[in-house]
Design a protein around this ligand. Structure first.
Ligand code: ATP
Ligand code: MG
Length: 559
């Protein structure tokens, strides 16, 4: 196996380890990773970082990457999550080797290894309550207290463990503990729990088991069974590593050992990322579901209009570090803006329409004007859009008493209707509340876009022919939280920082007729407004668009 060259950036520390291993022909040159989600929620952007890392390294080094569901805790897990996780990984553009694996597939093998540890005098059944066990563990600076059951005979341990397994003892009444070191400064080595009793139905193994292995006893062994070479996890597991290695040393036959390597998790500003908190938002109906476009979940980002490429580029940009940091959510938004700028066709959409009537334009005339779809895309082509006497423009593109710097429309002022003509405002009408209802203009026929007489004006507005416009609902999103670190306050719950204005629904938007027939997921730049995509709720007779991001970072100036 050869290391891959042609990387434009320098190696991150994990790549350096891998290349060193390859050089030394460690594991006969095999590289094998895994992505190990617990199916207790939908994946979020933090998981995307881990997915891009693991599957990305497998691609780069011509290795493999498994998908393994870490389903050792039946209480919180669900098939709905399993399916959603698979879909999200595929959507990001990655494919695991073989069938997905499940930690629960290894329950028999793990059980056998537990028996082996008991037989080797390295594990025992403890009947003390959980609080007692925790208390005896003590503090890192002083040795803990050994359990009175620590040295019970092997036969007795085997018999009790058998009872645990057969469901003959109550939940929480006994645990199996590894006999490691009660005086270790690493608390995880102070006789950690391997198995607990839990009479719960598992989504795959049903009622077969009344005992379930703890993460630490399952993870490294699962890596070992699958032949994983580099087991990448987030920094909080660094302190678990000695235990990871200890278990493997008890059960492994030959020299092969998976190696655990820790990297910094992704933290994003203005976001919460723990699945427990995201679940709370869903259950308390503070969002419409896991795929609410305001959620930092992969399904939420997808519905919001993010592309897989933009998320992968983001993951690449933030890189892999050994120390925790917080990434500005603006960088994620930048990544999607950058990609959509390349791929999204430009269209006209008026979010808050007001009618503009061109009084000197013939009543029944329709001119088909040609507009470029995407100046960034040489193959983007062009489309025809109808121009008529009555068009809609954006309400805030007109001011009754515009200040000097306002280059859009006002009484007596001229603007260009993009791709069409220069118009001049002659008059306007208001209703009894002072709301503008109609704006009257004249147009200059000599100023047709693309024609010879190119008189210049400062403002250019987007517009939609009133007669041909399609009605649509548009949902504008803002950050879900008003605080940079909503979960970081000791005295306040993260939900207190929910942004009350995170969703604004506009029901009467007017879109150019070329948008007829678009499908959920289709993406566009509404010119001058931002990037939008068709929502899953959209129907042919009731179109719904989500704003993915505005054209510019509107939070930048707020700071
Ligand atoms: P959460 O704390 O959000 O519930 P988790 O770590 O419990 O996440 P898992 O399903 O166990 O979720 O995670 C699967 C993989 O994704 C693990 O390898 C984990 O390290 C990684 N992962 C989870 N969150 C992040 C993150 N914020 N940044 C990078 N990797 C992450
Ligand atoms: Mg976890």
């Amino acid at each position: 196996m050869e290391a891959v060259e042609n990387s434009s950036r320098s190696l991150n520390f994990i790549e350096s380890i891998i290349e060193e291993d390859l050089k030394n022909n460690k594991n006969e040159g095999r590289v094998h990773f895994r992505f190990p989600p617990e199916p207790n929620g939908y994946l979020h952007i933090g998981h995307a970082k881990s997915i891009c890392l693991n599957f990305g390294l497998a691609e780069k080094y011509h290795g493999k990457c498994n998908l393994r569901f870490d389903d050792t805790n039946p209480a919180k897990e669900d098939v709905e999550y399993v399916d959603a996780i698979k879909e999200d990984i595929k959507w990001l553009g990655f494919q695991w080797v073989d069938e997905p694996h499940y930690a629960s597939d290894y329950f028999d093998q793990l059980y056998k290894w537990a028996i082996k540890l008991i037989q080797d005098g390295k594990a025992y059944v403890d009947e003390q309550p959980q609080e007692e066990i925790s208390q005896q563990r003590g503090v890192p600076t002083r040795p803990g207290i050994e359990s009175p059951h620590r040295n019970r005979p092997i036969e007795e341990n085997l018999a009790l463990f058998e009872k645990m397994k057969n469901g003959e003892v109550a939940d929480g009444s006994m645990v199996l503990r590894a006999k490691v070191d009660m005086s270790s400064p690493n608390m995880h080595m102070r006789d950690p729990i391997m198995y607990r009793v839990l009479h719960a139905e598992h989504h795959r193994t049903g009622n077969k088991w009344n005992i379930y292995p703890i993460y630490d006893f399952a993870h490294g062994q699962s890596d070992y069974i699958e032949g994983i070479t580099h087991s990448l996890c987030t920094l909080e597991f660094e302190i678990h590593r000695p235990l990871y290695d200890w278990y493997l040393n008890q059960i492994a036959d030959g020299d092969y050992r998976p190696r655990q390597i820790e990297f910094a998790r992704l933290n994003l500003s203005y976001t919460v990322m723990s699945k427990r908190k995201l679940l709370e938002l869903v259950e308390k109906n503070m969002v419409t579901g896991w795929d609410d476009p305001r959620m930092p979940t992969i399904s939420g980002l997808r519905r919001r209009g993010y592309t897989p490429e933009s998320i992968r580029n983001f993951a690449d940009r933030i890189g892999i570090a050994k120390r925790d940091n917080v990434i500005d959510v603006g960088l994620l938004e930048y990544s999607v803006r950058e990609h959509l700028n390349q791929i999204a066709p430009r269209v006209f959409g008026v979010l808050d329409p007001v009618k503009l009537i061109i009084t000197n334009y013939p009543k029944n005339k329709v001119e088909e004007l040609e507009l470029i779809n995407n100046p960034e895309d040489p193959e983007g082509g062009s489309r025809m859009i109808p121009f008529t006497r009555e068009v809609y423009i954006e309400r805030n593109d007109f001011m009754e008493e515009p200040p000097k710097k306002f280059f859009r429309l006002g009484p007596g002022r001229e603007v260009r209707l993009k791709g069409a003509y220069i118009v001049k405002c002659m008059d306007y009408k208001k209703d009894e509340n002072g709301k503008i209802t109609e704006i009257y203009c004249t147009y200059d026929p000599e100023t047709k876009s693309g024609g010879n007489a190119q008189r210049k004006v400062k403002g250019t507005l987007h517009w939609v022919s009133a007669e041909h416009a399609i009605d649509a609902e548009v949902r504008l999103y803002d950050r879900l939280f008003t605080d940079e670190d909503p979960a970081g306050h000791k005295d306040k719950d993260f939900k207190e920082f929910i942004n009350p204005d995170s969703l604004k629904i506009l029901k009467h938007c007017k879109l150019e007729p070329s948008l007829k027939g678009v499908k959920p997921g289709d993406k566009f730049q509404f010119q001058r407004l931002g990037y939008f995509c068709v929502d899953n709720d959209s129907q042919p007779d009731h179109m719904v668009f989500n704003r993915t991001v505005p054209l510019r970072d509107s939070w930048k100036k707020k700071k």
